[in-house]
Write a protein that binds this ligand. Structure first.
Ligand SMILES: Nc1ncnc2c1ncn2[C@@H]1O[C@H](COP(=O)(O)OP(=O)(O)OP(=O)(O)O)[C@@H](O)[C@H]1O
Ligand SMILES: Cc1cn([C@H]2C[C@H](O)[C@@H](COP(=O)(O)O)O2)c(=O)[nH]c1=O
Length: 200
């Protein structure tokens, strides 16, 4: 089973992941951008570059996702592991959908749909996606505004895209109010994962 954690920067994904590691010690925990591949390193170079080409950046993230799937996710799912990924394809739909909406690099009506379509032929849809819901101001403050994505005005557009994704896929997403105390957020997440595992 593939479970993904999604949300704005600073929404608390890392905090939740650490709690889930205690509850599910045998699960495969992973993340995007990946931390242990040259594809992920290329993505982090792009994140640090305020002038990065937005279209090139989309394909860097997508290349990292392709390698992540073949090297980590697919083998773990084939072993029968519970796989929990801190960010996954929805981050691309929401973040690069927002970046490309405000750029002249792509001549399409709906950048979010374009990014979804790119993934369709090769990616795997998660069984469950936990959306840690915080407002953009709280997200930017918590994240510390250390890179170009962690600005409240940009995160506003990203949050709108996440709302579109939740609307189009209500059975896959579970919305968690991530402005609550960390322990309450973790409890809600653990309950949602336990329900999904029990239903499998
Ligand atoms: N529920 C919460 N209430 C208040 N503060 C929180 C909560 N969850 C996390 N934090 C704090 O917010 C900051 C960001 O949390 P965390 O690193 O878990 O978020 P993240 O979603 O992984 O961020 P990023 O996407 O930027 O890596 C940390 O200082 C963390 O202690
Ligand atoms: C996977 C992915 C991530 N991003 C953005 C979101 C963050 O601002 C950075 C790095 O993520 P982290 O969890 O804070 O380490 O990258 C993105 O724009 N598109 C993606 O597909």
């Amino acid at each position: 089973m593939l479970v993904t954690l999604e949300g704005l920067d600073g929404s608390g994904k890392t905090t939740v992941r650490e709690g889930l590691q205690d509850a599910y010690p045998d699960a495969t925990f992973t993340r995007e951008p990946t931390h242990d591949s040259w594809y992920g390193k290329a993505v982090y170079r792009s994140i640090e570059d305020d002038d990065a080409d937005s279209l090139a950046e989309l394909f860097l993230y997508t290349a990292d996702h392709a390698a992540h799937l073949s090297r980590v996710i697919e083998p773990a799912l084939e072993r029968g592991d519970l796989v929990i990924s801190d960010r996954y394809a929805d981050s691309r739909f929401a973040y690069q959908g927002a970046t490309l909406e405000n750029s002249s690099r792509l001549d399409v009506d709906d950048p979010l749909e374009y990014v979804v379509d790119i993934h369709e032929p090769f990616s795997i849809e998660p069984d469950l996606t936990l959306y840690l819901d915080v407002d953009p101001e709280t997200a930017a403050t918590r994240a510390g505004a250390t890179n170009k994505f962690e600005r409240a005005d940009y995160l506003e557009s990203v949050a709108e895209n996440y709302e579109r994704l939740l609307e189009r896929d209500p059975d896959r997403f579970v919305r968690i109010d991530a402005t609550q105390e960390p322990a309450t957020v973790l409890e809600a997440v653990e309950n949602a994962v336990a329900d999904a595992v029990a239903d499998e």
